[in-house]
Write a protein that binds this ligand. Structure first.
Ligand code: ADQ
Length: 483
């Protein structure tokens, strides 16, 4: 294997404009962190969309931006507003996203979206093909690019292709609803290695391959004429050390060094010694179970009145996919629920829910992770959920309790969390009570097991394990052809 390239929908930088001056700002997200070491160490290129609509920008400016990306070893795939609308907001986020998260009633099946999805996947594949030499490898990411592996393989059979899906892979009964189900599986099967967060997703994928194509599968290998394809699970981790160190630094700050948010959190605890904070963080997405979580919190306040005035839920929701109607409706529902609960249980000196509809700087996230007694993470479906891991990594003294939905991929690694069914308000309300009254010894014992696990399998280990398996897939294929 010579160079390793990355293909993902977004490039790992955002563009900052200050008058005429344009600069790139590195993303701090999990994928960017894990992949940076891979594509730079292996001398590859990262191929993706720079995040701007090519219709709204002059050719000169676009060229200047492309050049900045080239300096960072990135190649831009340009998308115009129609492509963004039909490929990204359309097929990716109105079809695949809801269907793969079992929101079948939200899934649109639109021929024009599909045609554009194919055309845009071809653009990404062509950009990769142009960059790659025989003997190179490429790692393609996520549900926006399901057809890219096959598109590359058909033109460049002598490159090794890895594909990783960051969201769930649904059961056959759901997947079969997709009119283009065979094309999607065929697209993925262009890869030599296909990775999922959990074994369950892998199992669903095998079942779809078997039932739609009848291919022979032994252990985790799919046999197709002259090729062997491997599928496996690789639960994605976080940059554990970064979270731990940042939490330690936050803990050592003097009053004057503290952020405004941190000072407010301190004030809250000082106002009464038995006050507690519960934290909820996600993108505002219907898969994250936010309305159910709010209803369960209301039920908790109703059922355990002794906690009124003493417990506050801090709810951060990052704006997301605002162009898609289901997201606009969700925003309205959440706004109303927060208003109702604060109206019903609040008083002059008590607000049950502090709601922030925005993204927060990394330091503020760490302050919240380290200050909150309980993390309430209750998605209805979630491929993995990195917030749960970030909370655990930031608990420097191992106190705190994690309430976690059994529907999140991360639950498979977090047996010591309080696992709940995210639509069961009553169970969630009781679990909030259990978490808030959990003895410190029990908190520490649960937390230390989870911590150890996420420290061992961090994002770097995850990326390296995938590359190790990709190399193995390459040699299995070579041996197979030599037979
Ligand atoms: P997401 O659905 O975006 O990712 P998640 O894994 O929880 O979900 O990652 C969210 C990230 O955003 C976290 O790193 C978190 O710190 C950050 N974040 C959340 N709220 C924030 C705020 N208000 N301000 C700043 N940052 C905030 C998809 C899948 C997941 C899968 C990941 C990785 O849906 O299931 O875990 O990819 O594969």
């Amino acid at each position: 294997m010579q160079k390793i390239h990355i293909v993902s929908n977004r490039l790992p930088f955002s563009i900052k404009e200050d008058g005429e001056n344009i600069t790139l700002e590195a993303s701090v997200g999990g994928l960017a962190t894990g992949m940076k070491s891979i594509y730079k160490d292996y001398g590859g290129t990262w191929i993706g969309w720079p995040g701007i609509d090519s219709d709204t920008i002059s050719n000169d400016k676009m060229e200047a931006i492309d050049n900045l990306f080239i300096e960072e070893k990135c190649a831009s795939v340009h998308l115009n507003s129609e492509e963004i609308h039909l490929f990204y907001e359309g097929f990716s986020n109105r079809t695949i996203w809801p269907l793969f998260h079992y929101f079948t009633q939200f899934a649109d099946f639109n021929q024009e979206d599909w045609e554009t999805y194919k055309a845009v996947n071809q653009k990404f594949a062509d950009a990769a093909i142009e960059t790659m030499d025989d003997g190179d490898a490429v790692w393609v990411h996520d549900y926006q690019l399901l057809l890219v592996p096959e598109m590359i393989k058909s033109k460049k059979p002598n490159v090794t292709i890895g594909f990783f899906l960051h969201i769930p892979f649904p059961s056959y009964e759901v997947f079969r609803m997709l009119p283009w189900r065979k094309e999607i599986i065929k697209g993925m099967l262009g890869a030599d290695l296909i990775g999922f967060h959990t074994y369950d997703y892998e199992r669903h994928f095998f079942s779809c391959v078997r039932r739609l194509f009848g291919y022979e599968i032994s252990f985790n290998q799919i046999h197709i004429e002259e090729r062997i394809i491997i599928a496996d699970s690789f639960p994605m981790g976080i940059d554990y050390e970064k979270f731990l160190k940042s939490a330690q630094e936050v803990g050592m700050k003097s009053i004057t060094e503290k952020s405004e948010l941190h000072k407010e959190l301190d004030k809250y605890f000082l106002s009464s010694p038995d006050r507690k904070l519960i934290l909820s963080i996600d993108r505002l997405d219907y898969t994250k179970g936010i309305p159910n979580r709010l209803k369960a919190f209301a039920r908790f306040l109703e059922k355990y009145p002794e906690f009124r005035q003493k417990v506050t839920l801090i709810m951060l929701a990052v704006p997301s996919r605002g162009q898609v109607d289901h997201y606009q409706q969700l925003k309205k529902e959440v706004d109303e629920l927060v208003g109702q609960i604060n109206g019903a249980y609040g008083s002059i000196n008590y607000t049950p829910i502090w709601y922030f509809y925005r993204s927060l700087p990394f330091n503020n996230l760490i302050e919240l992770y380290s200050s909150c007694d309980v993390a309430l993470i209750t998605p209805v479906r979630d491929g993995m959920n990195l917030v749960a891991k970030e909370y655990v990594a930031s608990r420097i003294n191992n106190t705190g309790a994690l309430i976690l939905s059994e529907m999140a991929g991360v639950a498979k690694e977090m047996g010591e969390a309080l696992l709940i069914n995210p639509v069961d308000d009553e169970e969630m309300a009781d679990c909030i009570h259990q978490a808030l009254t959990m003895p410190v010894d029990e908190q520490k014992s649960r937390m230390s097991f989870m911590k150890e696990r996420i420290q061992r399998y961090d994002v770097f280990k995850w990326a390296n394990e995938f590359i190790k398996s990709l190399k193995k897939a390459e040699s299995i294929q070579t041996d197979f052809l030599a037979k």
